[in-house]
Design a binder for this molecule. Structure first.
Ligand code: SF4
Length: 246
């Protein structure tokens, strides 16, 4: 377990580390940068760097957490990567089911694999499932997500790399949008963000603007902190109501 700087969750739980690039959103993968840095620092969990590695010992961690926590599962990988065995995902879901006092969040870019996995399995009532939608080429992931019977379906539109256009938001419960950070970050236009927010508002879906990233609203590159997280002068960080008391 690790406290996290990711604004839309409280902590991470990393059963899998390492991954391989899958789509445009992966070009400047933050998990890769962090994994290589931790490996260089001698962190035992990251001895394999960004090579996909399972961490079964971490499966026991949630049993020791007493108070409610919101937990991002596998923030350093993609849980539906082809090299993550199905029976390992089964074990993760069993732990989630055994710990109904916590809310777990799982996010993937491998939406087809996720649908195939859940075809003959139930989603635990305390697991929110989401897909990343970084550009219009991968909007089909939203249709995949709709096929999964999770209590909360969320979209992580991060890093937002282009205009998404019209979205079918039927059955979607939460939308997170953010710009890219890092030295090779790609800029995000305010109009792209506002167009998504307009559609979220029209559908009554909580909208969470995480940050501008390395490029500001004015198209100038500076630090992520300096660019901040104001959208039209306000913090807009709405979340769906949790079904578990916080
Ligand atoms: S799927 Fe996620 S963890 Fe894997 S390479 Fe892409 S951005 Fe990185």
């Amino acid at each position: 377990m690790k406290k996290t700087k990711i604004d839309w969750t409280k902590q991470t739980w990393n059963l899998v580390t390492g991954c391989t690039k899958h789509s445009a959103g992966c070009a400047n993968c933050y998990a890769l940068v962090i994994a290589e840095r931790l490996k260089a620092m001698g962190n035992a969990k990251y001895a394999n760097g960004f090579k996909l590695t399972l961490h079964p010992k971490a499966l026991d961690e949630p049993y020791t957490w007493k108070k409610h926590r919101k937990v991002f599962v596998c923030s350093m990988s993609d849980p539906f990567h082809k090299d993550v065995p199905k029976d390992f995902i089964d074990k993760i879901l069993k732990v989630i089911e055994d710990n109904p006092q916590h809310t777990f969040q799982m996010l993937t870019k491998r939406a087809g694999e996720m649908v195939a996995y859940f075809k003959d399995r139930d989603v635990p009532s305390n697991l929110w499932v989401g897909v990343t939608v970084e550009n219009a080429d991968v909007k089909h992931r939203i249709d995949c997500l709709r096929e999964v019977a999770t209590p909360k379906r969320f979209l992580s539109i991060e890093p937002l790399l282009g205009e998404l256009g019209d979205l079918d938001l039927t059955g979607i419960n939460w939308i997170i949008v953010g710009g890219e950070s890092g030295k090779n970050a790609r800029p995000m236009a305010e109009t792209w963000v506002l167009d998504i927010k307009r559609q979220a508002d029209a559908n009554g879906i909580p909208f969470f603007f995480k940050q501008w990233g390395a490029w500001g609203r004015d198209g100038v590159k500076r630090s992520v902190k300096a660019n901040g997280k104001l959208l039209q002068g306000k913090i807009v960080q709405n979340m769906p109501k949790d079904n578990i008391t916080e």
